[in-house]
Design a protein around this ligand. Structure first.
Ligand code: DGP
Length: 114
């Protein structure tokens, strides 16, 4: 069974978030606990818990998330210096919210991945 998370409430505007982008399939908002000067979360409106749950019908939405990421990076002026896009999966991947999301982090030099 697929359980809703706090992100479903953000999509439905039942709890506040600093929303920076929205369209019919994707929402983006500032991370509540930013790890970089720019730290956005880009999520599909469809509840996909983890990358393991992705299927072929999600290809358009997931590809669209990259288009939105590139647009947001420009708008937040991190495109030239660079930024990191991260999708965590399950416990060893560091996933805490089980609604698939892409982190967009920029505005500082990222550490090596570890
Ligand atoms: P992850 O570890 O990849 O599952 O990242 C989850 C992120 O979600 C984490 O960086 C903090 C953020 N987050 C959790 N709850 C909320 C919330 O209620 N509002 C916002 N804006 N961000 C949240």
């Amino acid at each position: 069974m697929v359980e809703e998370t706090i992100f479903s409430k953000i999509i439905r505007k039942e709890i506040p978030a600093d929303i920076v982008y929205e369209d019919e399939s994707v929402l983006a908002f500032r991370d509540i606990s930013p790890q970089a000067p720019v730290h956005l979360l880009i999520i599909p409106k469809k509840l996909i818990p983890t990358v393991n749950d992705v299927d072929a019908e999600d290809e358009m939405t997931l590809g669209h998330m990259f288009v939105v990421a590139a647009q947001l990076a420009k708008e937040h002026d991190v495109d030239k210096n660079g930024y990191r896009l991260t999708v965590n999966c399950n416990s060893e991947g560091g996933q805490e919210v089980f609604h698939l999301h892409m982190h967009l982090m920029g505005g500082r030099r990222m550490q090596r991945m570890g």
